[in-house]
Design a protein around this ligand. Structure first.
Ligand SMILES: C[S@@+](CC[C@H](N)C(=O)[O-])C[C@H]1O[C@@H](n2cnc3c(N)ncnc32)[C@H](O)[C@@H]1O
Length: 244
């Protein structure tokens, strides 16, 4: 788990920062270490596990990011674009079956419920602070990809996933969860992850990159992409042409 955090936190070093020497143990760059110190100080100010405006804005309250859980929230533009896309997909479906599963993407869930409160959305998350969403929260650990309530099996026409780590193992397990949740009549799948997962994501989930580039409130060094199993055409920049 630490390696995933390291992978992302490392990417937060400012441009021109020199990478530290590779080591078996997780290591932070000077810039990331400084950012981590600020984060811990902020957490102490908020009180342990305290809530705060962890990014986003626009009236949507998020809990503070916890980097130990690989939490990096979308910026407002990204969260709004994703919420609009999901609402657009929902509007084209029979309302009785248009349920949305948000796997490890609490910011999307929060924006979606603010902009489209009537959309049936379920947040699958490891961080129990999101229990604040009541029945819309389901505890989820990607290491037990199918340990979910039976009622959720094949119940979602729209599935959005943002796996916590950029590893093969994590994507394979999340892919199992996606299969578990996906509707027998087919589901729209949106996967947010690093560009480095492009080939694996295609093999496991048949998704292709879109032109739209997701961004985070705290800039990450890793290039992030949105992959979908359908061509959004004139939305989200459509499928990347060279890959079509
Ligand atoms: C990269 S973040 C994605 C968040 C997204 N960018 C957003 O703004 O909503 C990964 C998410 O995975 C969650 N997570 C951490 N460990 C997990 C685990 N073992 N199983 C499932 N989810 C986990 C974190 O709480 C975090 O919300």
């Amino acid at each position: 788990m630490a390696s995933g955090v390291e992978e992302r936190v490392r990417g937060m070093a400012g441009e021109g920062e020199e990478e530290e020497e590779e080591d078996d143990r997780p290591q932070l760059s000077a810039a990331a270490a400084e950012a981590l110190r600020e984060f811990l100080a902020e957490q102490r100010r908020d009180g342990a596990g305290g809530e705060g405006e962890g990014g986003g804005g626009g009236g949507v309250e998020l809990v503070a990011e916890d980097w130990r859980l690989s939490q990096f929230w979308y910026d407002e533009r990204t969260a709004r674009a994703l919420a609009d896309e999901v609402a657009c997909l929902v509007s084209g479906l029979d309302s009785s079956s248009a349920a949305v599963a948000c796997i490890a993407c609490p910011t999307l869930y929060a924006y979606l419920k603010t902009s489209s409160p009537d959309v049936a959305a379920q947040l699958l998350e490891y961080d129990e602070r999101f229990g604040q969403y009541g029945g819309d929260f389901t505890f989820y650990d990607y290491n037990q990809p199918e340990e979910l309530p039976a009622a959720m099996k094949h119940a979602y026409r729209i599935v959005v996933a943002d796996p916590p780590y950029l590893s093969k193992e994590c994507l394979e397990k999340v892919a199992k969860t996606v299969s578990f949740l996906a509707h027998p009549e087919g589901s729209f799948l949106l996967l947010l992850t690093g560009e480095v997962q492009r080939d694996r994501a295609f093999e496991l989930l048949n998704v292709r990159p879109c032109g739209f580039k997701p961004q985070h409130s705290n800039k990450l060094g890793n290039e992030f992409r949105l992959f979908t199993n359908y061509d959004p055409a004139d939305r989200l920049g459509g499928w990347e042409k060279s890959d079509a």
